[in-house]
Design a protein around this ligand. Structure first.
Ligand SMILES: *[C@@H]1O[C@H](CO)[C@@H](O)[C@H](O)[C@H]1NC(C)=O
Length: 99
């Protein structure tokens, strides 16, 4: 086997590693106590997806939120007059989007 072949094999396996699916917590709606009320399950990321966690606050009080796998990964906080939406996402480990 040539070194070039071995190198491309290494490259492929690195690429494969970065594309490997993550498992994430999935919940369509959790309430203010962080209890999932609907759609509790797990999901597996595909391609470049990541795990996300979105929380909606009124003042400092958590109102509700949701979790899942998604394509959109723009960590941000949207701050309204009396509500705040925190969006975070992660790709480091499986179930990194825990509450
Ligand atoms: C969230 O749901 C749980 C289970 O139904 C309930 O016991 C708890 O009181 C709820 N929390 C709020 C803040 O509504």
């Amino acid at each position: 086997m040539s070194a070039r072949f071995l190198l491309s094999l290494l490259g492929l396996s690195l690429l494969w590693g970065s594309l490997q699916a993550l498992n994430c917590f999935k919940c369509d709606l959790f309430n203010a106590s962080g209890i999932c009320k609907s759609g509790e399950s797990f999901c597996e990321t595909q391609g470049s997806q990541s795990c996300f966690l979105r929380k909606v606050y009124e003042g400092y009080r958590l109102l509700y939120g949701y979790q899942g796998c998604g394509d959109l990964c723009i960590p941000m906080s949207l701050i309204g007059r009396d509500a705040r939406v925190d969006f975070s996402c992660c790709t480091d480990t499986s179930f990194c989007n825990r509450l």
